[in-house]
Design a protein around this ligand. Sequence first.
Ligand SMILES: Nc1ncnc2c1ncn2[C@@H]1O[C@H](COP(=O)(O)OP(=O)(O)OP(=O)(O)O)[C@@H](O)[C@H]1O
Ligand SMILES: [Mg+2]
Length: 339
Amino acid sequence: MIEARNITRTYRSRGSFGGDRTVRALRGVDFTLPKGGAVSFIGESGCGKTTLGKILTGLETFDGGELVIDGVELSGLSQRRRAPYFRRIQMIHQDPYSALNPTRTVAQTLGDPLRMRAGETGRDGGSAAVRARAAELLQLVGLDPGGVLPKYPHQLSGGQRQRVVIARALTVDPEVLIADEAVSMIDVSMRLGILSLLRDLRADLGISLLFITHDVATARYVGEGGELHVIYRGEVVERGATDSVVQAPVHPYTQCLLSAIPVLRGLELPGPERLVPLAALDERTEPPGCLFAPRCPFADDACTAARPTLGRTSGVEQEHACVHPTPRRVVAVELSERV
Ligand SMILES: Nc1ncnc2c1ncn2[C@@H]1O[C@H](COP(=O)(O)OP(=O)(O)OP(=O)(O)O)[C@@H](O)[C@H]1O
Ligand SMILES: [Mg+2]
């Protein structure tokens, strides 16, 4: 469904005190999202996750690489001819408050795109048919149509709002949903419900899911049977079947991410190493070798000699970009109540 090859995106901006700032938000990201499949991207703040989601929905441009959607490579197409491909991919953002127009009821929010879609597909676009389809979609996302259709966003809970956002995404019959931290701003008690809705949409409607998170437990829950890609400063440093990456991560960055989760036990990292907060890093410094080496508890001279690229070593199922891949077993990664 989506094939991304070597996607790069570099932002250049002028700093407030003069001097140009260059951020390499994505440094050659490759992945394939099959029909009905799931790929999760995990990494800490600023690693490029949202940039990737925006590129895949046409909200952001990329400056290198190729993006193939349904077998069509998009860079050769005009903006207008790309639009229908991007429409098949809908993004759910983290903030359902700002995603909905406060002056429009749920009926209006769903009605407009449903009428447009009816025009495109030759379906009945009359008000009764549109209302029936809106009710059907609300039921699908676990809301009571009668109660919710006349309401404005401020009359709904955060969880209900996010369900409305998902229903709106479904109005255009998408083939892919991109969920970008879709539950991080939702009350804890409602998160699991939204996550299982995303899971069900994949299982029941065959919608592919690109799941963006900084929380491995949710990635594992929603993206069951799919792939997990661990991204650090715009570069994928470990990727493979979600379960093998979670159960036997070999890249120290993945291990640090996993060890930061309180529900994990049994990840034996020696000493007091923890990730240095990203804010403490100077983004302008580009280490000659491994990007993670300055923060890595296991780095040595070999790590700064050359930048490792993704590859496989014997005995390790997933791909990794580490000079010293060392499996460290994770005993339990369960969806905790904190999710
Ligand atoms: N429009 C922009 N102009 C300049 N820099 C940008 C722009 N958008 C993103 N960046 C930078 O690109 C990098 C990646 O940003 P992005 O929003 O993709 O990260 P993220 O992984 O989604 O982070 P978070 O977990 O905080 O949402 C960051 O360093 C960010 O500051
Ligand atoms: Mg983001």
